[in-house]
Design a protein around this ligand. Structure first.
Ligand code: GLN
Length: 486
């Protein structure tokens, strides 16, 4: 049965269409593997086995009746940041324990309409705040390549589930790197779409002006397939863009002859782990061999990204998390009066990192500090956007490492929250500017941990990024390697 769990979506669909396996068999194979491996990896917070079987049976019936759909019978799983009707949705936080949403997030509803089978909800840093899953309110997930190492975060469960063949694809969310960084740490492919490309309806908000949901899968082809389903305007999200969704598949076959690649020198600076730097150089050389032209460029305000991002993200988080008070959603700790109940619920329900960010965000938004911090950070954000506008008038894509290092060990970085923040330095600029970013595997370090390459483009150029990623995956096999998990 195990080989059914290592398929790409494309091959799984072919097999089902040819009658070589049913959606139910595919689903059962995944549920069995989750049962066998997830005790160690802990990618899942909830396994919705009965729901999945029901969807799989419906998929088989639909196929038998001739009703083909883009993801009919494909087992997927969803980061617990996305609302799922009737299925517990915690956002990795104890404060939302017992919360069963009354509706599906639009991205989830679109996957269901396309025929996908939902295996369960995936672990994450609490409210998507973190880079390792160690901030999960429940337990950390492990990296399938080495269980002593983190899978990255905040969508660590989404990356680990694909890497360990416990789902054919997953959804995650990226506010400052949370799709690209865990994909890189776990050796899978993933894309953070442009801001406004995928509806945020039902995506529990962290930093509303940054958050985007996006897919993880084994190949760029499979990413294109999922993105085509979830992308596009949504009347329920006024920040979703009316820009038409291009044919992502048409782009995949194209070559990259003459592609202009910019290598931001600030992103290849000292501090990169040597194995990461050399894997990136080799990947760029590979693309040059296919006809691309690479040159160094400069990203003027790169050093201001971290402070601007953390000020704005925490400010937005402090406003977004005010709704969790024990009255409307999830768990409540009763107190002597209403205010006491709020305090006790939040005191017990929120973890350390979430409390720290609510306090810092409230501080930067308070009268007297607003202009000095929040207003300034917004002004810096505009400069960063302009840097990217200028860069994309010179080159077609930018290429950089996803993270300065490969996956670190549990506890190694957590003890120092500032170190954890520094690990985001290469990903957050894309969120500040709202641009798309693709992460694809491009090598391994000496310890056998995966390395990822990040390909960034101008707003709404996902098709372009997928084309470059697909060309790279035709020429290399890093994405086809899997950890030995027995
Ligand atoms: N690590 C970053 C943060 O903690 C990004 C997280 C994310 O993208 N959700 O804010």
């Amino acid at each position: 049965m195990t080989e059914l769990t290592s398929l790409t979506i494309a091959v799984a669909l072919d097999k089902m269409r040819a009658g070589e396996c049913s959606a139910l068999e595919l689903t059962e194979a995944h549920l069995a593997r989750i049962e066998r491996l997830d005790g160690d990896i802990r990618a899942y917070l909830t396994v919705s086995a009965d729901f999945a079987r029901e969807q799989a049976r419906a998929a088989d019936a639909a196929r038998a009746a001739g009703g083909e759909r883009p993801l009919l019978g494909i087992p997927i799983a969803i980061k617990d940041v996305l609302s799922t009707k009737g299925i517990e949705t915690t956002c990795g936080s104890k404060i939302l324990r017992g919360y069963h949403p009354l509706f599906d997030a639009t991205a989830v509803a679109r996957l269901y309409e396309a025929g996908a089978v939902m295996l369960g909800k995936l672990n994450m840093d609490e409210f998507a705040m973190g880079s390792s899953t160690e901030n999960s309110g429940f337990f950390p997930s492990a990296n399938p390549w080495n269980l002593d190492h983190v899978p990255g975060g905040s969508s660590g469960g989404s990356a680990a589930a694909v890497a360990a063949n416990m789902a054919l694809a997953t959804l995650g969310s990226d506010t400052g790197g949370s799709i690209r960084q865990p994909a890189s740490f776990c050796g899978v492919s993933a894309i953070k779409p442009s801001y406004g490309r995928v509806s945020r309806y039902g995506l529990i908000a962290y930093g509303s002006s940054f958050d985007q949901a996006g897919p993880f899968a084994r190949t760029v082809h499979d990413l294109a397939r999922i993105l085509a389903v979830i992308a596009g305007p949504d009347p329920l999200d006024s920040t979703s863009m009316p820009t038409p969704v291009p044919d992502y598949f048409a782009a995949l076959a194209g070559d990259i002859q003459g592609l202009k690649i910019g290598l931001p020198k600030e992103y290849f600076a000292e501090g990169l782990q040597p194995a990461v730097a050399s894997a990136l150089r080799a990947a760029v050389a590979e693309l040059e061999g296919m006809g691309a032209e690479a040159r160094e460029v400069s990203f003027e305000h790169a050093e201001y990204c971290l402070p601007a991002y953390y000020i704005i993200a925490m400010a937005e988080a402090s406003a977004n998390l005010a709704r969790f008070d024990g009255v409307r959603f999830g768990a409540r700790v009763d107190g002597a009066d209403l205010i006491d109940s709020y305090k006790k619920t939040r005191g017990a329900g929120f973890g350390e990192e979430v409390k720290r960010r609510i306090m810092l965000g409230t501080y930067t938004l308070s009268a007297g500090y607003y202009d000095a911090y929040y207003g300034k950070a917004q002004a810096v954000r505009t400069l960063i956007r302009r840097d990217f506008d200028a860069l994309f008038s010179e080159v077609d894509v930018l290429i950089a490492p996803v993270a300065p290092s490969t996956a670190f060990k549990f506890g190694e970085v957590t003890a120092d929250p500032l170190q954890m923040i520094l690990a985001d330095e290469l990903t957050i600029s894309a969120n500040l500017a709202g641009i798309p970013g693709l992460s694809v595997p491009c090598g391994f370090d000496a310890a056998g941990l995966p390395i990822g390459m990040q390909i960034l483009g101008a707003p709404f150029t996902e098709a372009w990024l997928l084309q470059v990623g697909a060309a790279y995956q035709r020429a290399t096999d890093w994405h086809l390697r899997s950890p030995e998990l027995g």
